[in-house]
Every structure is written in C-alpha cells, then in structure tokens.
Design a protein around this ligand. Structure first.
Ligand code: GLY
Length: 311
C-alpha cells in the first residue's frame, strides 16, 4: 500500500510576513520529507507518528515539547496522545512537566493497562523510565509570559504559531496522522496547551476529541481545546467515516457544524483509501502532507473553504 502522511503545527488567525511563512514551510516540509521517507522504507505508522511528533516537539517554533507555552503560574505542562487505529487503542499523558518528548510517554503507555496518566502519574512514569529531566522553556515563551503578567493575563491564550512578531495570537498544537504500507492508520497529537491557563486545565489533545483513529480513518485537531472538546471533533469525523461518509464529506459536515457553533479550530485527517483531508474554522492552518507523489501544504490556504483534500 502507498503510504500517506499529514502533519500540522497549529492553527491561528494569521501568519504575517514572508519570512515567517518561509521558515514555517521549511520546517514542516523537512519533517514531512524525513518521516515519509521512513514510511516508504517500511516504518510502521505508529513509529512514524511518534517520530514526526518528536521532530515537531523538538522544533521551538511549535507549541509542544521545546517551545511550549507557559500556564498562568509560569510553569510548562504538556499533554500528548497516540491512537492506534488498527488496535483501536488510545494512550496519553495530561499536564506532564520536565520531559523532552511527551509523545514518548504516550507510546510507552500503548502497552500498559492504565493508558492515560495525568500529572503525578505521568511524573512517576518518567521516574520509572529514568527519562532525563528536561526544561522545554524557550526565551520567547518566557518573554511572552512576562509581558502578559504585566497586562494581568488579559489575553485568553498565547501567540503560538510562529515567532511572536510574525504572528497574531494562535492556537498551537502539533499533530501527525500516517498510513503505512500495511494499511495501518495512527494519529498522534502533542501540545503545551493554550497558554496562561488555570492550573489543572485539561487540553483536548490527550482526549479522543482531539486525537482519534480507527481502521477507517485518523484525525488530529488543533485550535482552542474547549471548542474541540465541545464538538468532539476528531472522534466525530472518524466515526462519520465509519458510518459510510467519505472523509471529505465527514470533514465538510463537521467543519460546517463547528463554524455554525462559532468554534475556532482546525483538523488534519487521513482515510484508509489514502485520502488526505484538512479543515478549519480559524483563518490559518499550518499543515503539510505527502500524498504519495508530492509534498504540499495549507499555509496560504486562507479562503472561505471548509475543507481541502487530495487522494
Ligand atoms: N488544542 C490545544 C489546547 O487547547 O490545549
């Protein structure tokens, strides 16, 4: 089977400046090229999704792993999830701190009987695995938090899609959905949250609302977590495909509902027939893909459309 891959680095209200666009494009295309190359060498969708999420977590421009936004108390707490569509198995961590790649914890939990761990449990797992302590803080995120503290945290979320001077406030998350040579679909999502949130706030990224897959389809979401949870977006799109809709129709219908409800979000998706699809209600979706022949992206897709797709 011809492998397929789609990734995202968040959604937002605008991407200003060609410098910003070019840099984000280079980052996303580079990660797609690396991971897709490995899928073509026989890497499983599970390993490819973990690899893609790690590369995105390690890139300081995106709000996950290194470069995560700070919560209202000045701490970074990250969330990540993996869903293996063939095994129909979800795993994840919620509000984990001091780790380089939260997606690795989600991967470890795929093989456990307790598969979603929050703060204390995730910290305990880190200790058991003897993972090195890591500080994902970047200067940009610290400056952003200090600025907001002066303004008494008037913003509802951090600017998270690119360098601050190049972007409006955004809704950052990273995600990867892959189809491997065996026809297996896996979805992975990781985030630093929306920034400046209350301690204990739980992101959509480590819930089936934000990350879901079956044998038929997989979806990773980005945007405001509360909006994604209210729509139960990833699970809704995937289940619609299971009920017989094409991936494109499931995306259009789900995005139309989300738009009608005034949501601010985006999603990337992939179906077992190789269709790739993406949708958004926010102005910008930072997604890139490999359709088997070419690498493409959605960075300049700002039109009124609810959905784009390629097969
Ligand atoms: N979608 C990421 C978050 O709101 O936490």
């Amino acid at each position: 089977m011809q492998p397929k891959l789609i990734i995202h680095g968040g959604a937002g209200s605008s991407l200003k400046g060609k410098g910003g666009l070019a840099v984000v494009r280079e980052a996303l295309h580079g990660i797609v090229a690396t991971v897709y190359g490995d899928l073509c060498q026989g890497k499983t969708a599970l390993d490819a999704v973990v690899q893609g999420c790690q590369l995105l977590e390690d890139h300081p421009r995106f709000n996950a792993g290194t470069g995560s936004v700070l919560q209202s108390d000045g701490q970074i707490r990250m969330s990540a999830a993996l869903m293996d569509g063939t095994a129909q198995r979800f795993s994840g961590v919620i509000n984990v701190a001091r780790v380089k790649n939260p997606i690795q914890l989600a991967q470890t939990l795929q093989g456990e009987s307790d598969r979603v761990l929050s703060d204390y449990g995730a910290a305990e797992l880190l200790r058991e695995l003897q993972m090195p302590i890591y500080n994902p803080l970047t200067d940009l995120r610290l400056e952003e938090w200090l600025l907001e503290r002066k303004g008494d945290f008037n913003k509802e979320m951090a600017g998270v899609i690119a360098e601050q001077e190049l972007s409006e406030p955004g809704r950052g998350t990273i995600g990867v959905v892959a189809l491997d040579q065996q026809g297996q679909i896996v979805a992975g999502t990781s985030t630093g949250g929306k920034g400046f949130e209350r301690i204990g706030r739980v992101s959509d990224s480590a819930m089936p609302a934000g990350n879901y897959a079956t044998r038929q389809a997989g979806v990773s979401c980005t945007g405001i977590g509360e909006d994604i949870i209210d729509e139960c977006l990833a699970a809704k799109i995937v289940i619609r495909v299971g009920d017989g809709l094409t991936l494109g129709d499931a995306m259009v219908k789900s995005m139309a509902e989300a738009r009608g409800n005034g949501r601010d979000l985006g999603a990337i998706a992939l179906a077992a027939d190789g269709t790739l699809a993406w949708g958004k209600t926010s102005e910008v979706l930072l997604a890139a893909y490999h359709d088997g022949e070419n690498i493409g992206d959605t960075l300049e897709w700002t039109g009124p459309d609810l959905m784009g797709q390629t097969t």
